[in-house]
Design a protein around this ligand. Structure first.
Ligand SMILES: [Zn+2]
Ligand SMILES: [Zn+2]
Length: 353
């Protein structure tokens, strides 16, 4: 983990701000800042990030809704929103882990455990390809520069910005454990609600559930990180890694059930993806256990089965297609065969690796 002077200073500034706000990070983690707290200093250039918190809009003190009325399903067949739950470092482990929520949610969906990620199999490169729909050579974001707000190629914006240009009033949100996503991959100044909370998938999930409860949104990206942490500390495919994936499955269920409670599942395309797997306690190369990722989607009009020739950059195209927004010519991702009825994938204009 590379710690820059800027990062250390940011951590100090953050700690002082937290104390000023009367927040006590007594559990050894970062304070859950209840007020808007932003810093231009990036969190880190590698996972896991330091204690940078970025939040706006909804106070953290707001409890997760529990109980209450479950609204009737909104199931007229129109896709009104898309949710991506991105699970860092889980690779294809959803195939073998005990994941009852994943299984019930995608029982009638399109699922593959052998989608390809990008090379190198690093978080910066891969999440940027997921959300910008192009190869790392085109989006320019790397793990090393992912803490910079100017890392991305402006000619290949994220799906957030593409949606925003078509829908000025759409509610968009990005809630991330790995806060670098909200520095380099998701653009600033386009009205995206951003929340970051390093090393606390439970808090990110809680915030996502609250956001769903309170907003009729258009697109949400949720980044969870525990499997990547287990990968680096114990190893990919170990019992610890499997346990981390099974813990994420609980969070996936919580987020999905928040949609159920709002009556949204009938009008929501719900996606779970990973960014890469691992090889031992690292990733970044092209071993089978690194390059194959889980991708699952369900929602109105989504087919049951296994999509063909799926690549992580196709996810951006799936998001835009779901929302009825044209896929830009520069985007190398396209909608794979086997996800929507009548859609056959266009020939892939590049070689993945
Ligand atoms: Zn990653
Ligand atoms: Zn990692």
């Amino acid at each position: 983990m590379k710690k820059t002077l800027a990062f250390v200073l940011a951590a100090i500034v953050f700690a002082l701000a937290a104390c000023t706000a009367g927040l006590s990070p007594a559990d050894g983690t970062t304070a859950d800042a209840g007020t808007e707290l932003k810093t231009d200093a990036p969190a880190s250039t590698a996972q896991p990030t330091g204690p940078a918190a970025e939040t706006s809009g909804i106070p953290d003190t707001q409890p997760v809704q529990s109980g209450g009325e479950v609204l009737p399903p909104d199931d007229d067949g129109e896709i009104k929103r898309v949710v991506i739950v991105g699970v860092d470092g889980a690779g294809s482990a959803f195939k073998t882990a005990n994941t009852p929520n994943f299984d019930r949610i995608f029982a009638n969906g399109a699922v593959t455990y052998s989608a390809l990620t990008m090379y190198p199999s690093l978080s910066g490169e891969c999440w940027a390809s997921c959300l910008h729909g192009v190869t790392p050579e085109m989006h320019w974001i790397t793990n090393d520069n992912s803490a910079s707000k100017t890392a991305a190629n402006p000619a290949c914006p994220s799906v957030f910005k593409i949606i925003r240009e078509k829908e000025p009033d759409a509610l968009l949100s990005s809630l991330c454990n790995w806060t670098n996503v909200n520095y380099s991959i998701v653009e600033d100044d386009i009205g995206v609600y951003k929340y970051g909370r390093a090393n606390r998938d439970d808090k990110v999930t809680e915030k996502a559930c609250n956001y769903i409860a309170e907003n009729d949104f258009r697109f949400m990206f949720v980044h969870l990180n525990d499997p990547d942490g287990a990968l680096h500390s114990i190893g990919y495919g170990t019992s610890a890694h499997t346990s981390a994936v099974e813990g994420i499955d609980v969070h996936i269920g919580e987020i999905y059930d928040a949609l159920v409670k709002k009556g949204y599942v009938g009008s929501t395309v719900f996606i779970v993806t990973t960014d890469h797997g691992g090889n031992g306690t690292s990733h970044g190369r092209w071993a089978d256990t690194e390059k194959y990722i889980t991708f699952a989607v369900t929602g109105p009009g989504v087919l049951h089965g296994e999509p063909g020739d799926m690549n992580i950059c196709d996810i951006a195209a799936i998001v835009l297609y779901s929302l009825g927004i044209d896929i830009p010519d520069w985007m190398t991702g396209r909608v794979p065969t086997g996800i929507f009825d009548g859609i056959t994938a266009e020939p892939r204009p590049y070689e993945s690796h």
